[in-house]
Design a protein around this ligand. Structure first.
Ligand SMILES: NC(=O)c1ccc[n+]([C@@H]2O[C@H](COP(=O)([O-])OP(=O)(O)OC[C@H]3O[C@@H](n4cnc5c(N)ncnc54)[C@H](O)[C@@H]3O)[C@@H](O)[C@H]2O)c1
Length: 338
């Protein structure tokens, strides 16, 4: 049962590799290191004892990507994480995002069909819903205009996956993640991007540890409980498990349709200011923050209904905001040597 994890040295990919290994899968990892390095593979080795084969390839290069399948023609499933993910950067450099996220997707789909894999899991995002009027959103909630080019790459990406695999033997699942956060409970692995993090939780921990002198809350004039944006924070290990369950669902032939879509979020909206308060009270750290302007591309409020993932995949989130904060903080302290 060999699975290719693209973007596998990155944040969610590396946590998913651990879950896959713990569930008996053999994993091959591919990444071009644009936003991560192979230190995550060393952590995976420490945690699982497994040396994961690694291909340093840009998936926008079809020939280079094919070397993975030439070396491992028995890959049965692909989990495609590889993408650029910064909403703000995508607003500034839309073509970079369209080129990287869509060319790599097209290439990997091409190879998936050519080499006869059975399952294709795509990292989608709640950004496909756009600026929704109300939450929780379920999988049938109509899409609004994407709030950023990044969100558009996920909308187009979902359509590319379904259209390309429609008349093939490859079954697909589109997982729409909400806001992944937290770190592995061993504190050996966590979020460690090469580009400065844009997500709230690593910004909080970097501020608390002193890597940043202060942080900014982007807008406190939204029509929410306290004026800051509301999101659905999901522990990265819970999210990782959703991938293993999705793969099993297809490989055990439980999926009747060619393609299925699942929301993967806790179903609980927390505001930015509530997350800051939770971190402060759980860790005893005081955060230095100010209130800035709204950030282009941010939506006001979104959280999930994940009933479908629970019913069909048997996925139930096990961790809450306290687990997210505690593991993220333990990881930050460990990697900073404190
Ligand atoms: N983290 C989030 O908040 C979030 C939310 C929703 C969806 N997602 C999606 O989940 C996936 C994984 O996100 P993450 O948080 O782990 O990000 P990440 O940046 O940590 O991981 C993505 C990995 O893909 C690699 N990559 C990018 N372009 C590549 C290319 N052309 N060829 C090979 N490798 C390439 C990067 O080097 C990185 O290691 C992405 O598709 C992202 O859009 C993330």
């Amino acid at each position: 049962m060999k699975v290719l994890v693209t973007g596998g040295t990155g944040y969610i990919g590396s946590h998913t590799i651990i879950d896959l290994i713990e569930n008996g899968y053999e994993v091959v990892c591919a990444d071009n290191g644009i936003n991560s390095d192979t230190s995550s593979l060393a952590a995976i080795k420490k945690i699982t004892g497994v040396d994961v084969p690694y291909f340093h390839v840009d998936l926008c290069d079809l020939n280079a990507s094919e070397t993975i399948f030439i070396a491992h023609p028995d890959i049965i499933g692909i989990i495609h994480f590889a993408a650029l993910k910064s909403v703000g950067e995508s607003v500034e450099k839309p073509l970079l995002y369209f080129r990287n996220n869509l060319e790599s997707l097209i290439n990997i789909l091409d190879l998936s069909i050519k080499y006869g894999t059975k399952a294709f899991i795509f990292s989608s995002s709640c950004t496909v819903y756009g600026d929704v009027e109300r939450s929780p959103v379920d999988e049938n909630t109509p899409w609004q205009e994407a709030a950023s080019p990044y969100g558009r790459t996920k909308q187009i990406g979902e359509q590319i996956v379904t259209d390309s695999l429609k008349n093939t033997d490859v079954k697909s699942i589109l997982l729409r993640y909400f806001n992944p956060a937290g770190a592995h409970p061993t504190a050996l692995l966590g979020e460690s991007p090469i580009n400065p993090p844009q997500n709230l939780v690593p910004i909080i921990t970097e501020t608390a540890i002193g890597k940043r002198s202060k942080m900014t809350v982007f807008g406190n004039d939204y029509p929410t409980r306290d004026g800051s944006c509301v999101r659905d924070y999901i522990h990265v290990c819970d999210l990782a498990r959703a991938h293993t369950l999705s793969l099993k669902y297809i490989l055990e032939e439980k999926q009747k349709q060619q393609n299925e879509i699942f929301n993967v979020g806790i179903g609980n909206g927390l505001s930015v200011l509530e997350v800051i308060t939770a971190f402060e009270s759980l860790t005893g750290q005081k955060l230095n923050y100010d209130i800035g302007d709204r950030r282009p591309g941010d939506v006001m409020s979104i959280y999930s209904n994940h009933n479908k993932a629970t019913e069909k995949l048997g996925w139930i989130p096990e961790m809450d905001v306290a687990d997210i904060m505690n593991t993220a903080w333990a990881w930050e302290m460990k990697r900073t040597g404190k």
